[in-house]
Design a protein around this ligand. Structure first.
Ligand SMILES: [Zn+2]
Length: 281
């Protein structure tokens, strides 16, 4: 008898976990977060190798996913313009130089779209190379080149500061100057923001509400956090300022990439921790 009960209990637990962690399975839109693509650097949490990026783009094409722009999502939500089948959003944060040198050619080759949440103050201009080392981030010319096709921009603060360590006045000013710098540089962007360090003030509802007010005041109608969940379609009863994204670490195998697309990565990681003997974490 025990030989039947134990597997049954095990299966029930698995299905409960699947329900909890992959609720939007089959009807969620994945939005992936990357940072860097490199053929020379060792892959790490922020850096995906060119080889893996190719493998992932080939996979999404083969499986019939259609990459979309932020504007496609907005038109879908606001005007009801249909999305292509199996919509998928690829996003890159910060605006690193390799997004031009490595990512952009791959997007053209695989005919995919991506969206870059660009740190306005890091865009390299001839007269002002910004506070970061020259060569780390895209130049103005490169940023203007990539957004002609295959790439759209969203907002990602002025200097990548954390909003939980700033006052509301500072957040307001940050939003104003980051938009102004992109406007002055002539870089087009969507009314969409990604919280830097994925900080969206979840433990401070009062400040969070005020921050939402600031975003709206500056015309920002959409914002992304992270959390490795899919966005439940048809995206009607959702908080447009707390949209979900799933991180693609440079250390992920293709299996983990597939699990992320299906909304199963959290359950995979939970099992990994259980197998390592740290179930509480
Ligand atoms: Zn960032």
């Amino acid at each position: 008898m025990v030989y039947i009960i134990i597997p049954v209990i095990f299966l029930v637990i698995i299905f409960m976990l699947m329900y909890l962690y992959a609720g939007p399975f089959f009807k969620g839109m994945p939005v992936l977060v990357y940072h860097k693509v490199s053929s020379t650097k060792t892959p790490d949490f922020l850096t995906v190798s060119n080889k893996n990026m190719r493998e992932q783009l080939a996979y999404i094409n083969r499986k019939g996913y259609n990459t979309i722009f932020i504007s496609d999502m907005i038109d879908y939500i606001e005007k009801g313009t249909p999305l292509p089948p199996k919509p998928l959003m690829i996003t890159f944060d910060d605006g690193f130089r390799d997004n031009y040198s490595d990512l952009y050619p791959l997007l053209k080759e695989y005919n995919c779209k991506a969206n870059i949440f660009i740190v306005a103050g890091f865009v390299q201009t001839p007269d002002n190379l910004g506070p970061r080392a020259e060569g780390e981030f895209m130049t103005l010319e490169e940023a203007k080149t990539v957004c002609k096709d295959h790439i759209q921009f969203g907002l990602h603060t002025m200097y990548h500061r954390r909003y939980d360590r700033m006052t509301l006045e500072e957040i307001d000013e940050d939003m104003r100057v980051s938009k102004k710098r992109l406007d002055d540089l002539g870089i087009p962007y969507q009314p969409c923001f990604a919280y830097s360090f994925a900080v969206y003030l979840k433990n401070d509802p009062v400040k969070q509400k005020a921050m939402f007010g600031i975003l709206k005041k500056h015309g920002v109608r959409y914002a992304f956090k992270t959390g490795d969940r899919l966005n439940k379609m048809p995206m009607r009863n959702i908080n447009r300022l707390l949209l979900n994204r799933s991180t693609i670490s440079g250390t992920y195998s293709l299996f983990k990439f597939k699990m992320t697309l299906l909304g199963f990565i959290r359950i995979v990681q939970r099992f990994e921790r259980i197998m390592k003997g740290h179930p509480a974490n």
